[in-house]
Design a protein around this ligand. Structure first.
Ligand SMILES: Nc1ncnc2c1ncn2[C@@H]1O[C@H](COP(=O)(O)OP(=O)(O)O)[C@@H](O)[C@H]1O
Ligand SMILES: [Mg+2]
Length: 184
């Protein structure tokens, strides 16, 4: 995985597996501070202290189909290798927060990649989950709360082609407007 957006997808899939009904995803890029910060917060099952200690270890996973879980260790390594930080906090029955901080200009920082595709996929494939997505670049901010989408669309499913395309265009235009041609 050489794109941060694919790492985000993997981390959010953990939240979905943990039966979260609400997930917030925040990307905050501050070029003056030279930081790219990601926070993913869910209200899923959470982890015990014991589980949490094992999770950053690449040889731990509760899955049986694959022996090693690499989602979290990989994301952690990607952040740390830029000189950044990584932290997870979790409480059983309450939820989990994953924070990763990358040094923006570091040569080993992966590009953000196709975050529009990632968010579009998550939102349209999991309409029963409430997503709050925030993208901040320096002083500009964009937020998408799927509660607002539901209010506008009522019972119309997000994966109906017209709606799905509308969500994608909205995400794309909002990012383009904020990025103003910068490659993040
Ligand atoms: N948000 C979360 N809520 C509850 N448990 C989690 C969460 N994220 C990770 N875990 C636990 O940590 C384990 C390791 O996650 P990960 O490194 O992504 O590997 P994998 O998803 O392949 O198991 C998961 O199997 C799960 O038990
Ligand atoms: Mg995973």
């Amino acid at each position: 995985m050489d794109e941060i957006s694919l790492n985000i997808l993997d981390i959010v899939q953990n939240s979905i597996k943990a039966k979260a009904s609400s997930i917030s995803i925040s990307i905050d890029i501050d070029r003056r501070k030279d930081l790219l910060s990601i926070i993913i917060k869910d209200n899923g099952e959470g982890m015990s202290k014991d589980q949490l200690e094992k999770v950053e270890d690449p040889f731990y996973t509760t899955r049986t189909t694959r022996k090693v879980g690499l989602g979290i260790p990989f994301f952690k390594y990607a952040a740390i290798s830029t000189g950044g930080n990584f932290a997870i906090s979790s409480n059983l029955g309450e939820g989990t927060v994953v924070r990763a901080e990358f040094i923006f200009s570091h040569i080993d920082r992966m590009p953000l990649g196709n975050i529009v595709e990632t968010m579009h996929l998550l939102i349209t494939m999991h309409q029963n989950i409430h997503f709050l997505y925030t993208y901040k670049l320096d002083n500009d901010i964009f937020s998408l709360d799927t509660k607002d989408l539901k209010e506008i669309l009522g019972d119309i499913p997000f994966n109906v082609p017209e709606v799905s395309n509308f969500i994608k265009e909205f995400l794309l235009e909002s990012h383009n407007e904020i990025n103003r041609g910068s490659y993040i």
